[in-house]
Design a protein around this ligand. Structure first.
Ligand SMILES: [Zn+2]
Length: 248
């Protein structure tokens, strides 16, 4: 009798197991049944998208004044390697570029874009947001956010936009074209700082976020080109701040 009960529980667990049919790398998106509100249910690996208490993005409000040390940039020019992964357009950065914050160094891995912005400031969206994703040697992530405000055409983006692969899953490597993402950053590098997560599945937490206070320009045509290529918005809605302080 006891054995039967155990086997029934076992069968139950098996059924729960198959409910997570999609498993690691499950499909996700920004609309329909794969929209952000369902990410936590799409795969067990994405559970923290729903249960996490330190999720990104957030609305930057209720700011706490703090002495934030300047970010030290060590960014080099690299050959263009660009991929349309279906969720964003990402520029992969060759090794050797880094930032240092409070004596801790993070290596730049890649940067990519979201339209409209993911983080908001006092409830306001920006036209676009770029994320510069860094990792230290132990795998701890730090993301730098750059806000784009609608205005003049951005020459740095022009250099990238002409090479954006139109089809998802396509990447291009152009060794003859070099770029330095330092050229995309605002002149005034004051920033907001908070803890958060990846803004895409698996929504892993423990990510150190820094978002520049000052936006850089993007033309309406540039933002629209990216938005059209992505087939619509590719921003996760803001998440509860909970107990997190946002420093400025
Ligand atoms: Zn991002």
């Amino acid at each position: 009798m006891k054995a039967t009960v155990i086997s029934a529980v076992g069968a139950g667990l098996l059924l729960v197991g198959t409910a997570w049919a999609s498993g690691p790398g499950a499909h996700w998106g920004y609309s329909g049944h794969e929209a952000p509100e369902f990410w936590g249910d799409l795969s067990q690996d994405y559970a923290i998208c729903k249960s996490g208490k330190n999720q990104s993005p957030i609305d930057l409000d209720s700011l706490i004044e703090a002495e934030l040390s300047p970010i030290v940039f060590q960014y080099n020019a690299v050959p263009l390697n660009i991929v349309n992964n279906g969720h964003t357009v990402q520029v992969n950065y060759a090794p050797g570029s880094s930032i240092t914050v409070d004596g801790h160094t993070y290596n730049l891995l890649q940067f990519h874009f979201h339209t409209p912005s993911e983080n908001t400031v006092k409830g306001q969206f920006f036209a676009m947001e770029a994320h510069l994703v860094h990792s230290d040697d132990a795998g701890n992530l730090s993301v730098l956010g750059v806000m784009f405000e609608e205005g003049a055409a951005n020459p740095f983006l022009d250099g990238i936009w002409v090479h954006m692969p139109e089809k998802a899953g396509v990447s291009k490597s152009l060794p003859e074209m070099t770029l330095n993402v330092a050229d995309m950053l605002p002149a005034n590098k004051s920033y907001y700082r908070f803890n958060g997560s990846l803004t895409t599945p698996p929504c892993s937490e423990g990510v150190k976020w820094m978002v520049f206070k000052n936006p850089v320009p993007v033309s309406k045509a540039q933002a629209e080109k990216f938005h059209t290529l992505m087939g619509g918005d590719n921003n996760r809605p803001v998440q509860p701040v909970n107990a997190r302080p946002v420093l400025q």
